[in-house]
Ligand binder design. Structure first.
Ligand code: CU
Length: 153
């Protein structure tokens, strides 16, 4: 009776050893295949996001001082403009005369195109320095005849 009972765990141990050995040989064979291991997944680099746009444009628009200056023979209307230093200035020059005209401010590097009667040209600039600077038409002798004014910053 005792020998019959005790043989069962022995068989179980033998079976376990056989299974373990089989598993071990499979593991060994498998170890030889490590060269076919799949590479780690590569994630594409995320493109840099564009810089955030500046603040609301309304605040910028509020700082622009807009003027319309009419040029004719031989005067500017109005002939004076007053702004504060640092202001962004937009001048729309309109030729209401019969000859081509323009509007120049040398000290601020401002110049409209020379435009024909009835046309307009707009220039925008920053009032970057204080002073009183001449505005004039550079066509012919128009300045000497009165196409002259000033901008006060
Ligand atoms: Cu002119």
């Amino acid at each position: 009776m005792k020998t019959k009972v005790s043989i069962v765990p022995i068989l179980a141990i033998i079976a376990a050893l056989l299974i373990a050995g089989c598993t071990y040989s499979q593991a060994s064979n498998g170890a030889g295949n490590t060269t076919t291991a799949t590479p780690p997944p590569t994630t594409p680099p995320t493109p840099p996001s564009p810089p955030a746009p500046p603040g609301p444009t309304g605040t910028i628009t509020a700082q622009i001082k807009e003027f319309t200056v009419e040029g004719s023979e031989f005067k500017f209307t109005p002939n004076s403009i007053s702004v504060s230093k640092g202001d962004k200035v937009s001048i729309t020059f309109k030729n209401t005369g019969k000859f081509p005209h323009n509007l120049i401010i040398d000290e601020l590097n401002v110049a409209t195109k020379t435009i024909s009667p009835g046309q307009t040209d707009t220039v925008e600039f920053t009032a970057s320095k204080s002073g009183t600077f001449a505005t004039y038409c550079s066509v012919g002798n128009h300045r000497a005849q009165g196409m002259e004014g000033w901008i006060e910053i």
